[in-house]
Structures are given as structure tokens and as C-alpha cells.
Design a protein around this ligand. Structure first.
Ligand SMILES: O=C(O)C(=O)C[C@H](O)[C@H](O)COP(=O)(O)O
Length: 215
């Protein structure tokens, strides 16, 4: 199968992308490993982490051939898109629409999850060539807003990010989203006692809820 299609299939089958936005490279890597042990198959390492590109390089080298897709997040421009692709990122995520970033990713056949919020932004992002549309930020409008947007735009592959938890993930899927992006519910589970096995447990529980919601 073609590489880009394989990555999109991995993201689609997982139903959830883990958004790893943490304070340090060391913690990010430990959380990523714990979440992979808990079943995550699509992980976004955000460029806001100091040394993020090296984290992407290491995780992609280790897990890239095992059916786990390691992506880069907060990819705001063409330059960082190219740098992440060179480091082995298998997909790119941005919080906003940046046609140059999407163009770079498409040039190298790397899938994109591009941030958008309004109907105009969502459709413009699809027209710009984004593969998945990240509805962001979803804390404020929540599920009712997503339902309103999806009424006329149900054909778009929408993935909400912001405030998705074990408790509400079923409602998100019932609203018609293609997948979800989840961050702190899983990535902060090691706090406050410093036990990273809690991340593995949170990952397992969350992915079980995703599977249940998609039945
Ligand atoms: O970094 C990104 O790419 C983002 O999308 C911003 C946030 O990290 C997510 O929205 C996760 O939010 P929580 O699941 O509420 O922690």
C-alpha cells in the first residue's frame, strides 16, 4: 500500500490521535512510550516541546515500522514542515490553515491534519488539500457547535481537539466526527505521583471507549 494511505489508515483505525504537548523532551518521550504501550497508534509530538524534532526522530525510528504513526504538531510553516518530514514525521498537524505547510506535506506525500474552526475555514482547508480537518479549539463551542457545523459538512473528515475525555468521547463520535485528538486526559495521567503506568492505563481506557463509541 502507498505510504500516505497507510498512515491515514492507521490514523483512521485508531480513531484517536494522542496530542503530546509537555514541558520537556524527556517527559514527552516517556509519555509517548507509555501511551504506545497502552495501544495508541497515532501520536502527535508538538514543536512547542524543546528538542521536539529529536523526539520525533527517535520515536519515528523506533516505532515507524511497527504500525505506529509518529507525527509533528504545531507545524506553523513550510520550514518546520520540511524539517519534521526530514526527521521522519509521518503526518503533520497545525492549529491553523497554512496552505504552504499543506503544499510542502503533499509534495512529500505526508498527510496533514489542519486546524480550522468556522465552516469557511473548514472548507478552505479541504480545498487547500488537508487530509483531516482538526476542529480546534473545541472547549468553548463543544459538541453542540460540532453538530451544527457537521449538519451541512458531514462529508468532511473532522477531528475535534481540546477537552476530549473518556467521559465525552462517545458523544463526540455520536455527533459525527471521524476521529478525535486527545491530550491532557492521557498525557497528564502520570501526575501528581510521577507514575507513568497511569498513562498506559488512561490510554487503554480511552481507546476502549473510542472502540465502543465506533461500534
Ligand atoms: O497542541 C495541539 O495540537 C492542540 O490541538 C492543542 C491542545 O494540545 C489540544 O487541543 C489538546 O487538548 P486537551 O485534550 O484538552 O489537552
Amino acid at each position: 500500500m502507498y505510504k500516505k494511505l497507510r498512515t491515514l489508515q492507521t490514523i483512521d483505525e485508531s480513531g484517536a490521535v494522542l496530542i503530546v504537548r509537555l514541558e520537556s523532551a524527556e517527559v514527552a518521550e516517556r509519555v509517548a512510550e507509555a501511551a504506545i504501550a497502552g495501544g495508541f497508534r497515532a501520536l502527535e509530538i508538538t514543536l512547542s516541546i524543546p528538542g521536539a524534532v529529536d523526539v520525533i526522530r527517535r520515536l519515528a525510528a523506533k516505532h515507524g515500522s511497527t504500525g505506529v504513526a509518529i507525527g509533528a504538531g504545531t507545524v506553523l510553516d513550510e520550514h518546520s514542515a520540511y524539517e519534521c518530514i526530514r526527521a521522519g514525521a509521518q503526518f503533520l498537524v497545525s492549529p491553523q490553515l497554512n496552505p504552504a505547510m499543506i503544499r510542502t506535506a503533499n509534495r512529500y506525500q505526508v498527510p496533514t491534519i489542519s486546524g480550522a474552526y468556522t465552516p469557511t475555514e473548514l472548507v478552505n482547508s479541504a480545498e487547500a488539500g488537508a487530509d483531516i480537518l482538526k476542529l480546534f479549539p473545541t472547549e468553548a463551542g463543544g459538541i453542540p457547535y460540532a453538530k451544527s457545523v457537521l449538519a451541512p459538512l458531514a462529508h468532511l473528515p473532522i477531528m475535534p481537539a481540546g477537552g476530549v475525555t473518556l467521559e465525552n468521547v462517545g458523544e463526540w463520535f455520536a455527533a459525527g466526527v471521524a476521529g478525535v485528538g486527545v491530550g491532557s486526559y492521557v498525557t497528564k495521567a502520570w501526575q501528581p505521583d510521577g507514575d507513568f503506568t497511569h498513562v498506559t492505563e488512561a490510554a487503554r481506557a480511552f481507546l476502549a471507549a473510542v472502540a465502543e463509541a465506533r461500534k
